[in-house]
Design a protein around this ligand. Structure first.
Ligand code: RAM
Length: 911
């Protein structure tokens, strides 16, 4: 008996240690895409992991997951609530928890171990966890509280507090919190969490997100104090361009539930309720568009500590707001990221004092300054200087972006805004600015907390700057929702912009959680007839819906989420929304032709001001609508296939056939000319397979001739741009794609770069060659849509892609396509399986390609111009490399399959 126990203990210990010489390990555990997330409310969360191995050709053969509620016990294999047992499978992403029903407000610990195809067995991974939120709205015992003075649309930020005591040894303390408005919470004088602009933005009446924080470390034995401040934010502040505020309500209120668990298993819950008190503090005014006024003399030092004297604070009011709309946050909230110092202190020709941070950034400025009590400093934020070098903010329209700080006069005072954000590179200072030390100011970038996943570099510095601009366009506009712009009185979740940029975004950062959340909002704001709003959350009204290319967000993003992450659940969740968008278009069509309604069309296409000879690149809006109608239907068919919905697959395949026939009949002459001869018309027709095979080559020729007629310039707007270079590549004209990409004069991607842009502009000519600006009515210098070229740069230039038949990079495609005298391009992407790399150089006629394929994936590698040459891999002839499959010739190129590992190919390239 004794030996038997000893045996168990020993084998457990051995299982936890890697066996000698073992190269296999499991890392990067994720629950629903997140590292140790809080507040998961999925009934069966999906678990994923990455495999590390120093060997090539590694595939997972089997896995075992175990889950428990006690991390120490789990390590010894005890207190397991779910053990998957050994499962023979190569699946390492999205494995569903399949144990007994999960409990609310509970932390679950898990680990996994795997076996590979080379008979290695890993040790158990490190223990990771997820914490569950409040599953049922009825579990909210807290009450919504407000200050009586918050009944108007204006007023300083209210602050709330409550003292409470703990009566035993605290094991854990979880804070569940949300607000009508924005909140910042404190416990015992310390800020809770690192999130900003919480609870984020959704259509609050339908879905209001709450956040969950583990505050065990902030709690003390005995007496404690908790408090929070509220700001107007999206709920009550100015929203959209009509100068309206209070869109969701007039009253700011908060909801707080703190669940303290003692070591003996008993619990105490501290709720927001009638017993709380409120006052006001130093934030006298705050608004997302218009900035903040902070008067330091109203500060209440220690307001969230036990000993603070709150005798003059008033009793709060409880309001009967419901809790039915409460859902747990599933995406990263906004956090502070990069900091920028002032690169130049400018005295403008007008005599203004202006700070230049060197980067168009979205967030705010923090500073440390001193001033006499009652004096102030005001910061006005702008993106560009005008032609003469003066401060310029006319393009912000009605948004003020002014931050005013009034000194209390106590020496060095530190400040950063609370409930606002600005889009800016330049800051004009007024007020108490006699002696300005630029080092007192920092610009702080604030954006949704997404992990960076991709990098892209080339031998061309202008392209590197373009990539930089794309990434900063993404950072600046991923502020809980994907916004069109971050500075003027707009900042809305424009659906068209988001779909156009999605593929690029998914290379640069992990956008899975961000878009899972927002697509839920797209579905919940979709109209009863299936039409999709122009903006989500929809603050423009039901009439503002149904534009082609915008509404298609409903199909394009879910499908591309599936492609980028291999996530079937997003397809299943969004499927009804995808389908009702297609059905909406069908409902609006006559004879399968959708030629009614309002459409934005190929927004902001090339349009010379003195268009005497018809050079404006106008594309018939209904032609575009029909092409996207087909595209959305195709994506619905693809999704039906993945989800096994046979009847739908058949039904929509027939519909698609009719849509294409109607397109041909209406928009193509019998000889194959299109009614609109624009680049966008040909690009959409080719990209969405609207033309029969026999007309395609001619259409490509028309497209190329058109491009050449503009001196190798693009003329596309929002809808044509993402597909332009892809179409050229698909039909063998990558050479023309390179000419467009490397074009430095207007209209082109590099023109703004040459003009000093540090983000992507809304228009191809936001600043004209003579230094003057486009119209103040619509001229953002931070709009990501045209950054959609990033997708081509990663997928074609560097040649890093996923095979759609095994999406999410389970099967990787490496197929670099050099051109345009570029001698080096490199893309890296952290996929759900691990890092993958495609990095090529041409040195003295030798093509050198480094490829990294993560374990548990395979790749198809195509070497350009390698047919008939002597190719080596790390110095050995290719045919002698075991990890590679059969080598076949594809015209000038060679192609073969490869298992995981790092490879270094070299050959004398023939191009
Ligand atoms: C503008 C937005 C956005 C675009 C719409 C049609 O106001 O900035 O980029 O999608 O118009």
């Amino acid at each position: 008996m004794r030996n038997y126990y000893l045996g168990i203990v020993l084998s457990c210990t051995i299982m936890n240690l890697p066996a000698a010489g073992q190269t296999l390990s499991v890392t990067g555990l994720r629950t629903e895409y997140q590292k140790n997330p809080m507040g998961i409310d999925a009934a069966a969360p999906r678990l994923s992991w990455k495999i590390n191995s120093s060997e090539r050709n590694v595939m997972q053969r089997a896995y075992q997951i175990r889950v428990g509620t006690d991390s120490a016990a789990l390590l010894t294999g005890k207190s397991v609530v779910w053990d998957s047992g050994t499962q023979q499978s190569d699946a390492s992403v999205f494995l569903r928890y399949a144990g007994s029903a999960l409990q609310s407000n509970t932390r679950y610990y898990w680990q996994v171990k795997v076996k590979d195809n080379q008979d290695h067995e890993s040790a158990w991974s490190a223990v990771n966890s997820w914490h569950t939120g409040l599953f049922n709205p009825a579990e909210w015992s807290a009450q919504w509280i407000t200050s009586s003075m918050a009944d108007t649309l204006v007023g300083p930020s209210p602050i709330f507090r409550k003292v409470f005591s703990t009566e035993g040894r605290v094991k854990s303390a979880m804070l569940y919190i949300t607000a009508h408005g924005l909140y910042e919470a404190q416990l015992n004088g310390k800020r809770v969490g690192q999130d900003h602009l919480a609870p984020g933005w959704t259509s609050y009446e339908k879905r209001l997100l709450y956040q969950s924080y583990d505050v065990t470390g902030l709690l003390k034995n005995g007496q404690n104090a908790i408090g929070f401040t509220l700001g107007d934010g999206w709920y009550r502040g100015y929203l959209a361009f009509e100068g309206k505020r209070g869109f969701y309500g007039k009253h700011l209120s908060g909801l707080v539930q703190l669940v303290v668990e003692y070591t003996d298993g008993t619990k105490k819950v501290i709720n927001s309720d009638q017993s709380w008190k409120y006052s006001t503090g130093p934030v006298r005014f705050s608004d997302l568009y218009n900035g903040e006024v902070y008067d330091a003399k109203y500060e209440k030092p220690g307001w969230s500590t036990v000993n603070y004297k709150d005798a003059d604070w008033k009793n709060v009011q409880v309001i009967p707001a419901g809790k039915e709309a409460l859902e747990s946050s599933i995406s990263p909230l906004a956090r502070k990221h990069e900091e920028f110092s002032v690169v130049k202190l400018i005295k403008t020709p007008k005599g203004e004092t202006v700070l230049d941070f060197g980067q168009n950034v979205v967030g705010w400025v923090s500073f440390k300054l001193s001033g006499k009590a009652g004096t102030y400093i005001q910061l006005e934020h702008g993106e560009v200087l005008d032609k003469a070098g003066n401060f310029y903010d006319a393009n912000l329209r009605k948004a003020k972006q002014h931050v005013k700080y009034i000194f209390k006069g106590s020496g060095l005072e530190s400040y950063e805004p609370h409930f606002t954000y600005q889009g800016f590179r330049y800051v004009k200072l007024t007020g108490n600015i006699a002696k300005i030390d630029p080092s007192s100011f920092k610009a702080i970038a604030v954006y949704s907390d997404m992990d960076p996943t991709g990098t892209f570099k080339t031998s061309n510095p202008l392209l590197n700057q373009l990539q930089h601009n794309i990434q900063w366009g993404q950072k600046g506009n991923f502020m809980d929702v994907p916004t069109d712009c971050p500075q003027r009185d707009e900042r809305l979740g424009w659906t068209g912009d988001a779909q156009v940029f999605f593929r690029t975004a998914a290379f640069n950062m992990d956008v899975a959680g961000f878009f899972t959340k927002w697509m839920k909002d797209v579905a919940s704001d979709q109209l009863a007839n299936g039409s999709v709003p122009f903006v989500v959350p929809n603050v423009l009204g039901e009439g503002a819906a149904g534009s082609t290319g915008w509404g298609d967000v409903a199909t394009i993003i879910p499908w591309n989420m599936y492609v980028a992450y291999g996530d079937q659940q997003i397809l299943a969740t969004q499927y009804p929304s995808m389908k009702s968008w297609v059905d909406f278009m069908t409902g609006k069509s006559k004879n399968d032709l959708w030629n009614t309604g309002f459409h934005f069309g190929d927004w902001l296409f090339y349009h010379p001001e003195d268009d005497n000879d018809g050079r404006a690149a106008i594309t018939d809006k209904y032609l575009i609508a029909q092409a996207f109608y087909a595209h959305s239907t195709q994506l619905l068919i693809n999704s039906a296939k993945v989800l096994g919905k046979k009847a739908d697959e058949e039904k929509y395949t027939e519909l698609l056939d009719r849509i294409k026939k109607a397109f041909l009949k209406e928009y193509i002459t019998p000889n194959g000319r299109m009614v609109s001869g624009s680049q966008t018309a040909y690009v959409l027709a080719l990209n969405f397979d609207m033309l029969p095979e026999n007309l395609r080559q001619q259409a490509v020729d028309f497209l190329v001739t058109n491009i050449e007629s503009y001196g190798n310039h693009l003329t596309t707007g929002f809808l044509g741009t993402p597909y332009l270079c892809h179409v050229l590549t698909r039909f063998g004209r990558t050479d023309v794609a390179y000419k467009l990409l490397l074009q430095e004069t207007y209209p082109s991607w590099l023109y703004p770069v040459k003009m000093g842009a540090t983000t992507i502009w809304e228009r191809w000519d936001g600043i004209k060659p003579d230094g003057s600006f486009q119209t103040t009515g619509m001229n953002s210098f931070n709009h990501y849509a045209y950054g959609a070229i990033g997708d081509w740069m990663y997928r074609v230039m560097a040649g890093l892609d996923t095979d759609e038949s095994a999406p999410g990079y389970k099967k990787i495609i490496i197929s670099p396509q050099p051109g345009g005298k570029i001698t080096h391009a490199a893309a890296q992407l952290e996929t759900l399986y691990g890092l993958t790399v495609s990095d090529w150089k041409i040195e003295n006629g030798v093509f050198k390609l480094k490829v990294v394929i993560p374990p548990n994936t395979t790749a198809k590698i195509k070497l350009p111009g390698a047919a008939g040459t002597m190719v080596t891999e790390s110095g050995t002839a290719l045919k002698n490399i075991k990890a590679l499959g059969k080598i076949s010739n594809q015209g000038n190129d060679i192609e073969f399959n490869a298992g995981s590992g790092t490879y270094q190919f070299e050959y004398a390239i023939k191009l």
